[in-house]
Write a protein that binds this ligand. Structure first.
Ligand code: ACO
Ligand code: LMR
Length: 617
């Protein structure tokens, strides 16, 4: 287990870590690395997410695992004493406080601080506190580091493809250290091509005051018998490299060292230029890359003439170690396979899968939302109104103005009919019972059916069937009577010949003025003449009028085909018009009640006839 690890080794195949911050990609990359290294168990013990405790689901190979998530470091530590590393993704604002918290936990031995821009004063306190406690900080401003075939910090080494290409799933013999995280990944690649690969690689971070220095890690590599050679990449600015040079001169580094200090081009630039990192700026001659490279050379390190020769130097040293029998070349294991992420495999055309359903009316995947293929800005610019939008989304057609207007008139006309009708009444009761707007709306909408607002489709169907099959109005009325079916679209509770429904009149007037033909309406009015002759309230009601006129609209307008009419009738489009329009009124009633303060509704007992069975008789 990790407790038995020698001091010079920060991570092994049993290392367990916390990830501070909900960095799902970095967590997955750690787990994927563990998986390709064939670790027995994933290296992430838990996630620490200050805003949410719970669980996080992640991939382990092709399967899935759950990782616990805690709000505080102490909660995580209490439940997971096995974790001795914390990968800290806290921002530069909270990196200090969280790192100090982690350093105070006895079980946490190493903290990797990823944030850039941590104030230098705080970075120095963190570094001093870690040293005092005998712990290690990697960073700030780093990607982290890794031990090949064992454990990696967060996003170190990039994608799984890079990991496989650089053979980081199994150990090599090179210990590498750099300041820069970007160079770490580049170096992994160079080293894998010129030797048997990396054993351990750390990026100390580009700040002036790193929690641990390049020399700290080189001394660990020196003590690690599995590491045969050391490679380092410094950069201009600061004097950290001189610590390594001093150790070389004092004979404290016995293993061959390949070194290069980047930033030699700075001398070609005017003035003192800062390169990316906070610390990458040479303020004195000693801090220049050229001076440091020369000093490395003088101290006996293998230093190329330019960065281009870095790989050659590694190869030269490695080949020598092999020739001297100091490195044994092991048989290369087969490169592991990692399942590709679904989204990536799909986007690169590696896989395909049947879709779950088809959508032919709208699309929100592009830059702009499309209604039936029309960008929403065009829809707005063309001022087609609600009627036109219904044309696009229900019929996938651009409707002529009068057709869109007819739909709009329907919506306006059915928007409300006072508080007594089923939908409004139900919604008001729900609202008074304390239900929210959407629930109250739904309870109102649920009353729409054959006896209230939901007879539009049936009216259209029945009247069209009767007329198409050549039934006279008399035959139709008597056929329905024989069947014992109320003719859909006929009859009203309060409207009658003497108290006509103004809405029906308005719709008929519009149709007569705008539609090319109103054949079905004419037929329906003959039916109405017969039914009202029986009873004054058996008028063509608003549902019936809408249904019948819609068929007249479709049959007399070139935009629609016979197939469209069949679809409308088969799938029942038209009750949707009532549901849509009446929602406006229902919402109004619910809001009206809410504004008044919800009082619990109770039906008056005098309105109910109580007629219970008597058991004593
Ligand atoms: N066709 C033929 N006869 C009818 C119809 C009809 N559509 N509606 C009622 N009648 C007759 C009944 O058979 C009954 O006759 P009876 O006295 O000889 O027994 C009489 O009229 C009264 O019937 P009720 O069901 O009591 O009428 P009520 O006024 O309660 O019903 C209703 C009104 C529900 C609208 C009814 O006329 C009906 O079912 N119509 C067909 C469905 C319909 O169009 N619904 C939508 C209404 S509009 C809207 O909600 C926005
Ligand atoms: C409505 O539009 O709600 C009405 O026609 C129904 C009714 O009962 O009045």
């Amino acid at each position: 287990m990790s407790q038995k690890r020698p001091d010079y080794l920060l991570f092994d195949r049993n290392t367990m870590a916390f990830v501070y911050g909900y960095q799902t990609n970095a967590i997955q990359r750690m787990l994927d690395f563990d998986y390709v290294c064939k670790r027995d168990q994933p290296s992430v013990s838990a996630i620490i997410n200050p805003t949410r405790a719970g669980i996080h689901k992640a991939f382990w190979g092709t399967g899935e695992i759950l990782l616990p998530m805690y709000k505080t470091i102490s909660d995580a530590v209490a439940r997971h004493p096995e974790a001795d590393v914390m990968v800290n993704f806290a921002s530069h604002r909270s990196a200090f406080e969280t790192t100090m918290d982690a350093l105070n936990q006895p079980s946490i031995k190493t903290v990797a601080v990823i944030a850039e821009g941590v104030p230098e004063r705080q970075a120095r306190i963190m570094a001093a506190s870690a040293k005092k406690a005998g712990k290690v900080i990697i960073g700030p401003a780093t990607v982290g580091g890794m031990v090949a075939g064992a454990f990696k910090i967060g996003n170190t080494a990039g994608t799984t493809e890079n990991i496989i290409a650089s053979r980081l799933y199994r150990p090599g013999c090179v210990g590498f250290v750099s300041k820069s995280g970007g160079m770490l990944n580049e170096a992994f690649n160079i080293i894998s091509r010129n030797s048997n690969g990396i054993r351990e690689g750390i990026a100390t971070g580009g700040d002036r005051y790193p929690g641990s220095t390049m020399l700290d890690h080189i001394m660990r590599y020196e003590a690690n018998l599995d590491i045969a050679m050391i490679a380092c990449l410094g950069e201009l600015g600061g004097e950290d490299e001189y610590q390594i040079i001093k150790a070389l001169k004092e004979g404290k580094i016995s293993k061959p060292l390949v070194a290069w200090v980047t930033g030699t081009c700075a001398s070609f630039l005017p003035g003192s230029v800062q390169f990316g990192h906070a610390g990458a700026k040479a303020d004195t001659a000693m801090e220049t890359a050229a001076a440091k490279n020369q000093a490395f050379r003088d101290a006996g390190a293998n230093v190329p003439d330019s960065f281009d020769g870095y790989g050659d130097q590694i190869k030269m040293v490695y080949d020598r170690l092999v020739a001297e029998g100091k490195v044994k070349q092991a048989a290369e294991p087969e490169a592991p396979k990692i399942p590709a992420d679904y989204s990536k495999a799909l986007s690169t055309g590696l896989i395909r899968r049947p879709t779950t359903f088809i959508c032919t009316i709208s699309d929100d995947r592009g830059e702009e939302l499309l209604y039936a293929g029309k960008p929403i800005t065009e829809v707005m610019d063309s001022r087609i109104g609600i009627g036109g939008v219904i044309g696009l989304l229900w019929f996938k057609k651009e409707l002529p103005d009068y057709a869109a207007q007819f739909i709009e008139i329907v919506i306006q006309i059915v928007a409300d009919h006072g508080p007594s009708v089923s939908a409004a009444h139900n919604a008001i009761v729900a609202s008074c019972a304390g239900k929210d707007l959407v629930t109250s709306l739904a309870s109102g909408l649920l009353t729409i059916g054959p006896r209230f607002g939901g007879a539009i489709d049936d009216a259209a169907r029945e009247f069209k069937r009767a007329s198409d099959s050549g039934l006279t109005p008399e035959q139709f009325v008597s056929e329905m009577k024989q069947k014992g079916i109320n003719i859909p679209g006929i009859g009203h509770r309060i409207k009658s010949v003497k108290n006509p429904d103004k809405r029906v009149q308005l719709l008929i007037d519009f149709a007569r003025r705008n539609f090319a033909r109103t054949d079905l309406l004419n037929y329906a009015l003959q039916v109405e003449r017969l039914t009202t002759a029986k009873k004054g309230n058996l008028i063509l009601n608003v549902d019936g009028c809408i249904g019948i006129l819609f068929i007249d609209l479709m049959s007399s307008c070139d935009t629609f085909t016979k197939q469209d009419i069949d679809d409308v009738l088969r799938y029942g489009y038209l009750n949707g018009l009532f549901a849509l329009g009446r929602s406006i009124g229902i919402i109004g009633h619910v809001l009206d009640q809410k504004r008044q303060g919800a009082r619990l509704y109770r039906h008056p007992p005098e309105d109910i006839a109580f007629m219970l069975p008597r058991w004593d008789e």
